[in-house]
Design a protein around this ligand. Sequence first.
Ligand SMILES: CC(=O)[C@@H](O)[C@H](O)COP(=O)(O)O
Ligand SMILES: NCC(=O)COP(=O)(O)O
Length: 257
Amino acid sequence: MNQATSATSPLTALSVNLNKVALVRNTRHLGIPSVSRAATLCLQAGAAGITVHPRPDERHVRAGDVHELSDLLKVWPQAEFNIEGNPFHNLMDFVRTLRPHQATFVPDSEGQFTSDHGWTFPQDAERLRPLIEETRALGVRVSLFMDPVPEAMAAARALGADRVELYTESWARAHGTPDEAAVLAQFAATARAAQAVGLGINAGHDLSRDNLTAFLRGVPGVQEVSIGHALIADALELGYSATVQDYLRCIRDAQPA
Ligand SMILES: CC(=O)[C@@H](O)[C@H](O)COP(=O)(O)O
Ligand SMILES: NCC(=O)COP(=O)(O)O
């Protein structure tokens, strides 16, 4: 059974990012580990959805994976498909062709090592606007990958975005250090600013079993976390099912008693 709401408030949805399964698969011509099988096992274990970030260089997720996952998710009516990418590169082709539940706009350059920053306003605003409009007109929810800056939330909403995805690397680095409380407060203030203008809140990047519960306890109203690197690393030790169930426990543990 996929994630349900709790008695008190909706549980934060867990969307498993399968980039790193594809990365290992690409190191041989054998088709294993299978991205689709990973998706099936994670959904069977209770994940609310699947995320992929098909980068233009296809270092990990390839276009064929995206199409295969889109077909697979059609037999999981409760599950969501979230495709991440730069809308000025290859993302819009997937949006137009596959119409996933959500498109997460990420300002990565083509050869970027990994995602490491959000959109910058007002510089990025006007060129994003038509792509946000087009994506929403296709019935696809738009989430903008954003740094935890409260003052940027109104601009994100003014562009027509449905949600923001808070870029959480700074939280992962601060967790367990003297900076933890101040960094968490910055994310909480950003979340409140987002909610004040009607934005939904997602979060992701470097979230893990170690830092997830504390983040969700401190940041109000996170609707979805997309987690890949740490979760897949854990799955190498525990298996997909036990790992997903452990991340779901971390989410439940963040619920008020
Ligand atoms: C946007 C983001 O933070 C991640 O979803 C991104 O997918 C990470 O990309 P890599 O897996 O290529 O590092
Ligand atoms: N949007 C974040 C995501 O999908 C996965 O990021 P990570 O857990 O691989 O850092």
